[in-house]
Design a binder for this molecule. Structure first.
Ligand SMILES: O=C(O)C1=C[C@@H](OP(=O)(O)O)[C@@H](O)[C@H](O)C1
Ligand SMILES: C=C(OP(=O)(O)O)C(=O)O
Length: 429
């Protein structure tokens, strides 16, 4: 099926806008899981409503929890005994496909996991093998992937487990999030080459501690979660800083200014690295009472950067790099080949299709800027490919983005936000 093309708007002037971004996918989905495992009702305030969070809420409901929208736009979660039989659709949400199997292992009854075709290609072996070692019964037909059935026994022994989390930090986060509810807690020991996206594990640890769970992460690559209750609490979700990437990029690319409201001064979100990364590419930032103000200077420089810890920022950084005045080398991101799509291959192919000169290497991208031209930009059901294409479109007339609706995975109504960004300040509401 071919989707209609979206004509990416060109910026006719430097952008000058204030942006209120929806909540963080990563924080929302962790908060929902913790709330469903907690010792009483919780409220998740200012949550993200997007495909990935809707799937998480539906999955937890299927397992017995009540997850309801409140009149204020928050999510009220009331835990209940976890049970099957249940069916969980993971879509293509890494957080749902990795975080819910340990919850299902605590349920009484069979829980069937299915999802988008791409979910069947994304790695899950770290979670499956670990859960089996910790006492779970899982039928994955020997594949180490989805689809699969977790035959929950109503409780899980837990204990010490070794895993290789070099393909996804989400394996570790998954085991830690449910670990306090395992009879013996959990001690996860990573063996293998380095774990990507470490700030996301720090986010898991911080949110567990805020819910009263004892976590020891003092030894590198080892995380110990003590057994015990998870405290019910109200959580306010921070804006999604990874989704700030295209908006800050717009300031850089057009030599304009974008203010992102409510940017947290301290956060575990990897998107906070954008301040430094985009400053190195030519912009400048400051915190003001209105939020983070990011200003472009009209010049964009290439960058050499190891993005191992912040891989999800890569597509937009690559787009900016393709418009820079010098080459860029992005490294440490081999695991992106296992994300929503093979992001390294997809970025090289699509940027080259517009006249770029991009090589995907074993662990990253080499980007040599060239004058670009318009054309179709395929997005491979990847929200971040779509936002990267929109960034290119600011500077290159005639960029036609396939399936812009895929942005709804984490950013509802991206096209409207993007058009509002480009509206002259005196016309913006
Ligand atoms: O735990 C999380 O919320 C996430 C962890 C990271 O996954 P990987 O470690 O698989 O890269 C990140 O890329 C993803 O967008 C969100
Ligand atoms: C890798 C990503 O998502 P997921 O949570 O599906 O892994 C992402 O959002 O960039």
């Amino acid at each position: 099926m071919t989707s209609p093309l979206w004509s990416a708007p060109v910026a006719s002037a430097p952008v000058d806008a204030v942006v209120a971004l929806p909540g963080s996918k990563s924080v929302t989905n962790r908060a929902l899981v913790l709330a469903a495992l907690a010792d009483g009702p919780s409220t998740v305030r200012q949550p993200l409503y997007s495909r990935d969070t809707t799937l998480m809420a539906a999955g937890l409901r299927a397992l017995g929890a009540t997850v309801e929208d409140t009149a204020d736009g928050d999510l009220r979660v009331v835990p209940a005994p976890l049970r099957g039989p249940a069916h969980v659709d993971v879509g293509n949400a890494g957080t749902v496909m990795r975080f819910l199997p340990p919850v299902a292992a605590l349920a009484a009854g069979d829980v069937r996991f299915e999802g988008d075709p791409r979910a069947y290609e994304r790695p899950l072996d770290g979670v499956i093998l670990a859960l089996r070692d910790l006492g779970a019964d899982i039928d994955d037909a020997g594949t180490g992937r989805l689809p699969m059935t977790v035959r929950g026994a109503g409780s899980l022994r837990g204990g010490i487990v070794e895993i290789d989390a070099s393909s996804s930090s989400q394996f570790v986060s998954a085991l830690l999030l449910s670990g306090a509810r395992f009879a013996e807690g959990v001690e996860v020991r990573h063996i293998g080459s380095s774990v990507p996206s470490m700030p996301h594990i720090d986010m898991t640890v911080a949110m567990l501690r805020a819910a009263g769970v004892a976590v020891d992460d003092s030894e590198p690559d080892v995380w110990k979660v003590a057994p015990g209750p998870i405290a019910a609490r109200d959580v306010v979700v921070e804006p999604d800083l990874s989704n700030a990437a295209p908006f800050l990029a717009a300031a850089l690319v057009t030599g304009g200014r974008v203010t992102v409201r409510d940017w947290p001064v301290a956060t575990t979100q990897p998107g906070d690295w954008l301040r430094d990364l985009f400053a190195r590419m030519g912009g400048a930032w400051e915190f003001t009472d209105d939020g983070l103000v990011f200003t472009g200077t009209g010049k964009i420089h290439g960058i050499t950067a190891d993005l191992h810890d912040v891989g999800e920022l890569t597509p937009v950084i690559a787009a900016v790099a393709a418009l820079a005045d010098s080459p860029s080398e992005l490294t440490g991101i081999a695991h992106l080949r296992l994300h929503e799509t093979d992001r390294l291959a997809a970025l090289a192919k699509e940027l080259n299709g517009l006249g770029g000169d991009v090589t995907d290497t074993a662990d990253g991208l080499v980007i040599r800027p060239r004058p670009l031209h318009g054309g179709e930009f395929a997005t491979y059901d990847d929200h971040r490919l779509a936002t990267a294409a929109a960034v290119i479109g600011l500077a290159v007339p005639g960029v036609e983005v396939e399936n812009i609706a895929t942005t709804a995975k984490t950013l509802p109504d991206f096209p409207a936000l993007w058009h509002a960004l480009l509206m002259p300040a005196d016309q913006a509401s």
